[in-house]
Ligand binder design. Structure first.
Ligand code: ADP
Ligand code: FBP
Length: 612
């Protein structure tokens, strides 16, 4: 029986990336190797010790490559950097070199996993993007456009050749960067929708079964922004056993932190076979001043049922060089950073420092804020932050209690203070969900107490009509009123530099009591409930659990594929990768994302809801 050409010993000694093809492309004479292989394939083999010999030969060929010891693997990023010339001959570089993703190298191990055998068809194409503005088709059949006063067009969908139509009429510039290009036969089947298209906008259709999506890219507008779609890639950058990942949680607590940690660990472990995952304790400062925990699926098994974060968290303590030193010293090559805007700014600084030092480390940020106030370039592209759903649900309990108290007494008033430093999402959504709230005060909408249209007048009217009422107030609301009364926070800031807010809930309660009982001599019963920390200390609910899992998996698929400097969001219900905040000049990934520079606080996201 002939011996196999590559006996097991040889293949197990070779680094899997050194395939027969790559051997032939290396500098030294491939003929020698072929000859040696032929000799080895005779029976009995002419050179019994050949496997080891070949392994060393391969090493010598490239100079940079040898079988990696466990220690070497920690330094893998540097070795990989040296490997580039040989690698690049085989794989043409993407044009966005060095700008946010490392190089795809290995087949994704997911495709060999029986549990994921169907996943192959779901691998995300490298160029798959999601536009910010997407209109969904609804079966209109008329292809006429209606030009409005500004010369912009409301295009009413149709079955004609839309591309020609648009190009002829408004000189639209087609883009081929997305799935479908103009001139595609599928255009004929396009059913479009009502969508506002300005002159010079770029449009691109995408067809989905019976309906269509039109992507309109507005020239010279932030809407030009597209995002890369998140998800598993066919090729990954890291080999499973070379990955040394770490996870850190920073900033305030939020329901779902443990779920995200759990799903990163289980996802890396089960889907990619990664075994080295560290938990960094106590936020950013934990990188250099605290212990680490080794994370396995067993350790994280039921943590999603608990509130908080098993890793601990902190504000402050971001010391870039100490953090990067620690990452480098430990040989970590994937860093998962879970936190809010401050944390993601920190992640961006770490990313820049990594790049300056030439370290090939994937940095993946998973945005966290219970306040749900994330926007990119002031556009509300982010659907929702994890933990928000749970917070709204939990807030219902407080509102219910306030309502029960209020309706049980003469002129009962229940006041509930909810979190929301700069935005009133929790207050507003809890209000909309409960239907028991009469008045919702949020930071975005200034209010006053006295006079026409003031809060006192409203309370008086409502008590007359209904006998009781519930007020919800977001903690950031009315701060200007407190300051104008000389109540001073002595400009206190927390360790991260966030301004410490004055307690508007207590202040408002006191003001209402004073006004009605002392000044107006009206009997009234006021109960003040402050469930602030109870709301964010709970475990995430079902919907947040699913969302956290999606975000965690998207993060790890991205990191495994070698993307770095990315934040995962859900934009327009698609999970997408967005550049790290504040990284305008070192922007990861792709040109079309150049507009994304930072995460800011959104103020008007729910303006349309507020009219409810
Ligand atoms: N501009 C910044 N650059 C670097 N690190 C920052 C920045 N802002 C905040 N951080 C760090 O991020 C962490 C959390 O920030 P913080 O603002 O408290 O919470 P969150 O990330 O939830 O908004 C802290 O360790 C803080 O030092
Ligand atoms: O008391 P702490 O821990 O500073 O947190 C209070 C603040 O945290 C927040 O929940 C915001 O935190 P995140 O955006 O980091 O989740 C605010 O609503 C609140 O003002």
């Amino acid at each position: 029986m002939r011996k196999p050409l590559f006996p097991p010993l040889l293949s197990s000694h070779l680094h899997p990336s050194i395939s027969a093809t790559s051997i032939l492309h290396r500098r030294s004479p491939p003929l020698l190797l072929l000859l040696l292989l032929l000799l080895q394939s005779t029976n009995p083999p002419i050179l019994p010790t050949l496997p080891i010999f070949i392994a060393f030969s391969v090493v010598d060929l490239d100079g940079a490559w040898r079988r990696l010891s466990a220690e070497d693997r920690h330094r893998q990023p540097r070795l990989r950097a040296r490997r580039r010339p040989a690698f690049d001959r085989l794989h043409p570089r993407p044009s966005c070199e060095d700008s946010g993703f490392l190089y795809f190298t290995y087949p994704n191990p997911l495709q060999d996993n029986p549990a994921y055998s169907v996943v192959k068809q779901y691998f995300v194409n490298m160029d798959d993007t999601v536009a910010q503005k997407v209109g969904k088709g609804s079966g209109c059949s008329d292809a006429n456009g209606v030009v409005d006063d500004e010369g912009a067009c409301f295009w009413k969908g149709g079955t004609n050749r839309v591309a020609d139509h648009m190009a002829m009429r408004w000189g639209c510039v087609p883009t081929t960067s997305l799935d479908q290009s103009f001139g595609d036969a599928n255009w004929d089947k396009l059913i479009a929708c009502y969508i506002r298209i300005a002159k010079d906008d770029v449009i691109c259709p995408r067809l989905f079964g019976g309906h269509s999506e039109i992507i309109v890219v507005h020239k010279d507008s932030p809407r030009e922004t597209h995002f890369r779609r998140a998800g598993p890639r066919q090729k990954v950058y890291f080999e499973s056993d070379e990955v040394h990942a770490c996870i850190v949680t920073c900033g305030g607590l939020c329901p779902g932190l443990n779920t995200v940690i759990r799903e990163i660990v289980c996802g890396l472990y089960d889907m990619y076979g990664v075994r080295k995952i560290l938990g960094i304790e106590g936020g950013y400062s934990g990188f250099y001043s605290r212990n680490t925990i080794s994370l396995t699926p067993k350790v994280v098994n039921d943590i999603h049922k608990r509130g908080g974060t098993i890793l601990g968290t902190s504000r402050g303590g971001h010391d870039t060089s100490k953090i990067v030193d620690s990452i480098q010293d430990r040989g970590i090559n994937q860093v998962y950073i879970i936190g809010g805007d401050g944390t993601q700014k920190g992640a961006s600084v770490i990313f820049k420092e990594m790049r300056r030092r030439g370290l090939k480390v994937a940095i993946a940020g998973i945005p966290k804020t219970i306040d749900n106030d994330i926007a990119v370039n002031s556009l509300p592209v982010i659907d929702k932050s994890f933990g928000f759903d749970t917070a709204v649900e939990e807030a219902q309990r407080a509102i219910n209690a306030a309502h029960v108290e209020a309706e049980s007494m003469e002129n009962g008033i229940g006041i509930v203070k909810l979190m929301g430093r700069y935005s009133g999402f929790i207050a507003m959504y809890a209000t909309l969900a409960s239907r028991d709230v009469d008045c919702c005060l949020i930071p975005e909408s200034p209010f006053y107490l006295e006079g026409n249209g003031g809060v006192y007048e409203f309370i008086e009217r409502r008590l007359k009509e209904n006998g009781h009422m519930v007020i919800v107030i977001a903690e950031g609301a009315g701060q200007d009123l407190l300051l104008s009364e000389g109540i001073n926070s002595v400009n206190q800031k927390d360790a991260s530099g966030n301004k410490v807010l004055l307690d508007v809930g207590l202040w408002l309660s006191q003001k209402i009591k004073d006004h009605f009982t002392r000044r107006r001599k009206v009997v009234m019963n006021l109960k003040y409930i402050d469930p602030t920390y109870m709301i964010r200390a709970v475990p995430s609910n079902a919907s947040d659990n699913v969302y956290c899992t999606l975000l965690a998996h998207s993060a790890l698929h991205g990191a495994m594929a070698g993307y770095t400097g990315l934040v995962k969001y859900v934009a327009k219900s698609e999970i997408v990768k967005v550049a790290c905040p504040c990284s305008k000049n070192c922007l990861p990934t792709i040109k079309i994302m150049d507009n994304i520079g930072y995460v800011i606080w959104a103020h008007n996201k729910y303006a349309n809801v507020a009219t409810d």
